[in-house]
Design a binder for this molecule. Structure first.
Ligand code: G3I
Length: 335
């Protein structure tokens, strides 16, 4: 059967997947990507640390190879990301004496970075995650107390969007974050988006990362989130979808008492049901949702094997460790 996920969803939205320069060189994985998906996101290759390791040196090799793969196979590319507190090189925030930069110089560096990267892939990357995860995890704070925030206050967010829009006026510009279905965080993200829109910042869309589990979110919270952000006139994408078999809320950095990483049939079924629920909602909101991207290709490799518990195997995707379609694949294509 050569029909893939993207074909089932032709009338709805593009289906994407996060890739590495390594995965696209593996024949089997490359074949799966081309058969099932029509969009890709570089999992790490375009983040500031990997792509801009020193002030006067860019490392284009990995990102270029991913864009070339997309071009060769007619896939769309989402750029990820232009401004984040993680995977950001240390040089960016300090001068040569090791002193924290002034706001003016840091914004100049941000502008140079955004112009250089966005320009290089102009016309080949249709959307950018401009600012990633700027809202704090602690509900008593609004924005995350990153070096970006410490040096620039809220302004780095406004500026990042302005620079990206200036560099490529046609690119679709995103604010991207996780846990956006939890009411309290949703409201803080909403507040930020509203401020940006009121200030006429060129933002087009919001990315719900969707690092979910078989236990959450519930349908109601998912729907409320989509409608709430859509009410601002923004498009919505699901940008980093996976479905952990472990509960997130109670996930400490070590295993729960008695917890094993056996992937039982019961868990696989629960996961298929949770995926089915989510995709039913996505289809219903197809006028708002302009893309759904999975975070990694198959259970063979997922960032969730390392996080939050190092070495605890997870099985969060639609394809198993042998790259075969799982129950969840059937549940999202059978409608
Ligand atoms: O590149 C180095 C390599 O040189 C070194 O040998 C190796 C040793 O550990 O590390 C490699 O870097 C790792 C990198 O992934 C590439 O594999 C980093 O340690 C590791 O921290 C990094 O993790 C990535 C993580 O973002 C960074 O925070 C994950 O792959 C990636 O899936 C994850 O993706 C994020 C999204 O960008 C934003 N939303 C959350 C999502 C999950 O955390």
């Amino acid at each position: 059967d050569t029909k893939g996920l993207k074909d089932y969803y032709r009338k709805y939205f593009p289906l994407g997947v996060a890739v590495s320069p390594y995965s696209i060189k593996q024949t089997q994985q490359a074949g799966l990507i081309i058969r099932e998906f029509n969009s890709i996101t570089p999992e790490n290759a375009m983040k500031m640390g990997p792509i801009h390791p020193e002030e006067n040196r860019y490392n284009w090799q990995d990102a270029d190879s991913i864009v070339a793969f997309a071009q060769a196979h007619g896939l769309k590319v989402r750029g990820h990301n232009l401004c984040w507190h993680e995977q950001t090189p240390r040089w960016l925030f300090y001068d040569q004496q090791g002193t924290l930069l002034s706001k003016e110089i840091l914004l100049k560096r941000l502008r140079d970075h955004i112009f250089t990267v966005v320009n290089r892939y102009k016309g080949k990357i249709y959307a950018w995650d401009v600012v990633n995860e700027a809202i704090d995890d602690d509900s008593t704070h609004f924005l995350r107390n990153s070096l970006w925030y410490k040096i620039c206050g809220e302004d780095f967010i406004y500026k990042a969007f302005e620079y990206a829009h200036e560099a490529d006026p046609k690119a679709v510009l995103f604010y991207n974050d996780y846990n956006t279905e939890r009411p309290e965080k949703r409201e803080r993200v909403y507040k930020l988006l509203k401020k940006l829109i009121d200030a006429k910042v060129p933002i087009n869309a919001v990315g719900l990362q969707a690092h979910w589990s078989i236990y959450e979110p519930g349908q109601k919270d998912l729907i409320t989130t989509i409608e709430r952000f859509a009410s601002l006139g923004l498009k919505v994408q699901i940008t980093e979808l996976d479905m952990s078999i472990y509960p997130w809320e109670k996930s400490p950095r070590e295993r729960l008492p008695g917890e094993s990483d056996t992937y039982t049939q019961d868990l696989e079924q629960k996961q298929a049901d949770q995926y089915a629920m989510a995709f039913k909602v996505f289809r219903k909101y197809k006028d708002v949702i302009t893309g759904v991207t999975f975070w990694n290709i198959s259970d063979q490799h997922t960032w969730l094997d390392e996080y939050p518990v190092k070495g605890r195997k997870n099985y969060p995707l639609l394809f198993d460790q042998n790259l075969q379609r799982k129950k969840a694949y059937q549940s999202v294509t059978n409608f």
